[in-house]
Design a protein around this ligand. Structure first.
Ligand code: PGA
Length: 249
């Protein structure tokens, strides 16, 4: 049985006071919920603050990216070892904003996935097509290409510890959500792709949906058989919205 995971991606938002308040509200609300996993992925500057704020709860801490090198002369970068040291259990890799704005490639996502796993951090690997790619009928080939790169690089057995987030780029931060049918079709496609390599791993792997998931559309999306949780951007910045999604799960 796959346990639902609701992960908040704060992106480049937040200050210390806001983080403490938001986490305290989330922890309070989360303590009344059972049977789901919840993770908070703040910017690097707030990892410590959030770690402390969720310390007495079952909430997990995640980062939004990391470098693929071990510690060393890489000015401005943050290593997997540093994330581990801050208490991170998860790291988002290959988010579409990293791919489009910062030159992240399938190759670097694959390398980072390998490094995260080696350091005992579970990667949330993001895949998804742009609007042009969807309109051009390339949805499956784009997503398959992004995913196969990682499967070929780290091996299907490692997917016991990999979480995948399907995030159609046209739905991220736009208020346009994939319909439950569109999302389920892609999640089933992704699971089949994994099953081509190993059935058991495929049926155990958690597949999250991301892209304008909100409290009022979460139940329909999370009710789909192959959707095992959500990666939440905008709605993770207000406790009521985030907890609304957790409750729907
Ligand atoms: P959104 O972002 O919920 O604001 O659409 C999701 C994400 O980018 O992970």
């Amino acid at each position: 049985m796959r346990k639902t995971l609701i992960a908040g991606n704060w992106k480049m938002n937040g200050r210390k006071a806001m983080a403490v308040e938001l986490c305290s509200d989330i922890v309070k609300g989360f303590s009344e919920l059972k049977g789901i996993d919840v993770a908070i992925c703040p910017p690097f500057t707030l990892l410590d603050t959030v770690h402390e704020a969720i310390a007495d709860s079952a909430c997990m801490l995640g980062a939004q990216d990391m470098d693929l090198h071990d510690d060393g002369a890489y000015t401005g970068q943050v290593s997997a070892g540093m994330l581990k040291d801050c208490g991170c259990e998860l790291v988002i890799l290959g988010h579409s904003e990293r791919r489009t704005l910062y030159g992240e490639t399938d190759r670097s996502v694959t390398d980072k996935t390998e490094v995260a796993l080696k350091n005992g951090i579970r990667p949330i690997v993001c895949v998804g097509e742009t609007r042009e790619e969807r309109e051009g009928g390339q949805v499956e080939s784009v997503v398959a290409g992004q995913l196969r790169s990682v499967i070929d690089g780290v091996g299907i057995d490692s997917f016991a510890d990999v979480i995948i987030a399907y995030e159609p780029v046209w739905a991220i931060g736009t208020g346009l959500t994939a319909t439950p049918e569109q999302a389920q079709t892609m999640h089933a496609f992704i699971r089949n792709l994994l099953a081509d390599r190993d059935r058991e791993t495929a049926s155990a792997c958690r597949l999250l949906y991301g892209g304008s998931m909100k409290a009022d559309n979460a139940a329909d999306l999370l009710g789909c058989p192959d959707i095992d949780g959500g990666l939440i951007g905008g709605a993770s910045l207000a406790a009521e919205d985030f907890l609304g999604i957790c409750k729907a799960a």
